[in-house]
Design a protein around this ligand. Structure first.
Ligand code: AMP
Ligand code: TRP
Length: 327
């Protein structure tokens, strides 16, 4: 049986990078896999959060899942905090992961750099992420490129645990799509598209309106050679725009290159904006319809129950294997 688990942190406004690297894969995968899509709210609080904002953002991520096409009848959609087994297995995994391994995580280095103080949970975060995945015996984990290292660590931990305590966990595979796994900033193609960039034109948010999207793409940096060609090494900015075009249109990059052969960037950027708007508008419409609905809460409750049934069994198995008395 193939099982998928993944999630998007409710820690900021969702940009099209998260859609591209993660969410759009969920929609495709739920057709073939038994699916668990959660909202990692316990991960979000590894950095300071305003409680009111966090409550709202957690619902927002759930609404984005549904609006983008996650089918709650097929997939369990739930909040991490509603399934207590995450915190419990997270602790057990902390006893297995080495300090040195956590020290090598680039996301921790990036997020802690230049800060006077960071929470210890920001450091141990990958142990909780491993627990998230292992609890469901997930075979596959769709993520963007930046999460690859965490999934690799999860694989190491699962293997280590199985060797020490007997076969307990499935060793999961990351699924990282070639196109769109690392959408770059529109003002600097060497940086990941991220909400933490102070330049608001550098990212497109899932809730940006059409006029804003048009403006941001028209300002996107390109390069001096005026051809629409995919060449990440020499033309990183244009190649990034081609990846966005491909993800949002569902067309292969060579097909798009051919369409714009011999043309400059102006028309390409305009049409790229329209492709993105066409995809986002229906998602935004459904998002606004469900964000404050009872239905959304019912989906989350139901999802948590389905998730807990599996997660509780795994945590019990892990505890028993480790010699924790369970009776
Ligand atoms: P986060 O919002 O950091 O929880 O990220 C949610 C998911 O989106 C993770 O699987 C990330 O790897 C992915 N992701 C975030 N930013 C990008 C980006 N700029 N390009 C592609 N994937 C991304
Ligand atoms: N760490 C992921 C991120 O920052 C979010 C996440 C937490 C996750 N637990 C997960 C993703 C389990 C996939 C599977 O984006």
């Amino acid at each position: 049986m193939k099982r998928v688990l993944s999630g998007i942190k409710p820690s900021g406004d969702l940009n099209i990078g998260g859609y591209s690297g993660a969410l759009q894969q969920y929609i495709k995968m739920q057709e073939e896999y038994e699916s668990f899509f959660f909202i990692p709210d316990l991960h979000a609080i590894t950095v300071p959060q305003d409680p009111k904002e966090l409550r709202h953002r957690s619902k927002e991520i759930a609404a984005f899942y549904i609006a983008a096409g996650v089918n709650p009848k097929k997939s369990a959609v739930f909040l991490q905090s509603q399934v207590a087994a995450h915190a419990e297995l997270g602790w057990l995994m902390e006893t297995q992961v080495h300090f040195g391994e956590l020290s090598r995580m680039t996301q921790f280095k990036d997020k802690s750099e230049g800060k006077d103080s960071v929470s210890s949970a920001l450091f141990t975060y990958p142990a909780l992420m491993a627990a998230d995945i292992l609890l469901y015996q997930a075979t596959h984990v769709p993520v963007g490129e930046d999460q690859k290292q965490h999934v690799e660590l999860t694989r190491d931990l699962a293997t280590r645990f199985n060797n020490r305590f007997g076969e307990t966990f499935v060793v999961p595979e990351p699924i990282i799509e070639e196109t769109g796994c690392r959408i770059m900033s529109l003002d600097d193609p060497t940086k990941k598209m991220s909400k933490s960039n102070p330049n608001k034109s550098s990212y497109i948010l899932m809730l940006d309106d059409a006029a804003t999207i048009r403006k941001k793409f028209s300002r996107a940096v390109t390069d001096s050679e005026m051809s629409v060609r995919y060449d990440p090494e020499n033309k990183p900015a244009v190649s990034n725009l081609l990846e966005v075009y491909s993800v949002f249109s569902g067309e292969e990059i060579p097909v798009i290159e051919k369409r714009y052969e011999g043309q400059g960037y102006g028309g390409f950027k305009k049409e790229l904006a329209e492709v993105v708007i066409a995809k986002l508008e229906p998602i935004q419409k459904t998002f606004h319809e469900i964000i404050d609905s009872e239905e959304l809460l019912t989906i989350l409750k139901d999802g948590a129950e389905r998730a807990a049934a599996i997660a509780d069994e795994t945590v019990r198995k892990a505890k028993t294997a480790m010699g924790i008395l369970t009776f």
